[in-house]
Design a protein around this ligand. Structure first.
Ligand SMILES: *[C@@H]1O[C@H](CO)[C@@H](O)[C@H](O)[C@H]1NC(C)=O
Ligand SMILES: *[C@@H]1O[C@H](CO)[C@@H](O)[C@H](O)[C@H]1NC(C)=O
Length: 301
């Protein structure tokens, strides 16, 4: 049994070493700080008010980031009209107050549903993120987000290239707060969401497949501790169970054949010797009834 157990152990551990498990284990919040650090790298000696596209880690191919540094006062009095899909009106302020702030933009592309799963809904656009940081010192890592709030007019997000095509189901704006909570709101103008805070945003439609979608409470689970086994690992586990069963079967057959062979040998031995026992002063002693190979008197002619 030992070799099978060892083989199974190796097979189970191997995929966790080979596949980049670390990425799917990454929580949405650690993704935020990872992207913050990478976006800030693109701001070497930045011009105020100019967005700089950054480079997401190569392991997150498909994620796009950008960063812009602004004077806090100008954001409040003039806003910032064009930052990718976001349009920031006048009257947006950060908490706590900083002299200069950096807005970081995320487009999570094909990674969206991995970091922001929403069971019961189909996403019609990638997840877009807008996060604010203190821009006093560049570059910096592990910065906490500032609390960004629109007081007079909402921040406008005009989504591009919505994946339309499923008719009848109503589109909804979805907002993921940094603490993991989710809120829904109406879509305006066909492709616009109006928001008052920072976070991650998308437009979704109720899945036609699931008539009664489960409440999206489970979102917080993406920050939770347990990791689901993927299909590959299930295959390995299934394979191991089969291998184990096969091993047991082979051993049973081997044992059975061995027993049968021994049994046959014993029978042969008993049958050919066929010793009789006789009483000899109370104890049974095997006695040969006669000489088995009878001497043949050779005739000398
Ligand atoms: C997203 O697409 C890129 C290539 O375009 C790929 O390397 C990456 O693995 C994809 N990510 C996911 C989560 O499928
Ligand atoms: C949705 O349905 C309306 C009519 O009910 C139709 O005019 C429109 O083309 C449909 N759109 C799509 C994307 O199927």
């Amino acid at each position: 049994m030992r070799p099978f157990t060892t083989l199974c152990l190796i097979l189970t551990i191997l995929p966790t070493l080979v596949t980049p498990q670390s990425l799917s284990d990454l929580s949405a919040r650690s993704l935020d700080s990872l992207l913050q650090a990478h976006a800030f790298k693109s701001l070497t000696d930045p011009r105020t008010g100019i967005p700089y596209d950054g480079h997401a880690p190569v392991s997150l191919d498909g994620v796009r980031i950008s960063a812009v540094r602004l004077r806090s006062g100008s954001l409040r009095t003039r806003g910032f009209i064009k930052f990718k899909e976001f349009s920031i009106p006048i009257g947006v302020a950060e908490q706590p107050y900083v002299e200069r702030l950096v807005l970081v933009y995320h487009n999570l592309g094909n990674w969206s549903s991995l970091f922001y799963p929403l069971p019961g809904y189909d996403s019609l656009s990638p997840i877009l993120g807008l996060l604010a940081y203190d821009g006093a010192n560049l570059p910096t890592q592990n910065l906490p987000e500032l609390d960004l709030r629109a007081s007079e007019k909402p921040i406008v997000i005009r989504f591009r290239d919505l994946k339309l095509g499923q008719n009848g189901s109503s589109m909804t704006c979805v907002w993921f707060d940094l603490d993991g909570s989710v809120e829904f709101d109406n879509v305006v103008d066909g492709d616009v969401c109006l928001v008052t805070k920072q976070g991650h945003f998308s437009i979704v439609a109720e899945s036609i497949a699931s008539s009664s979608p489960p409440p999206p409470q489970s979102i917080g689970a993406r920050d939770g501790g347990y990791r689901k086994w993927n299909y590959g690992e299930w295959w390995v586990i299934g394979g191991c169970v089969l291998l184990g069963l096969l091993g047991v079967l082979v051993m049973l057959v081997k044992k059975w054949r061995e027993e049968k062979r021994i049994g046959r040998l014993e029978k042969v031995a008993e049958g050919s010797v066929a010793l009789e026992t006789r009483d000899f002063g109370g104890s049974k002693v095997p006695m040969a009834t006669g000489t088995r190979t009878r001497p043949v008197i050779e005739k000398n002619e």
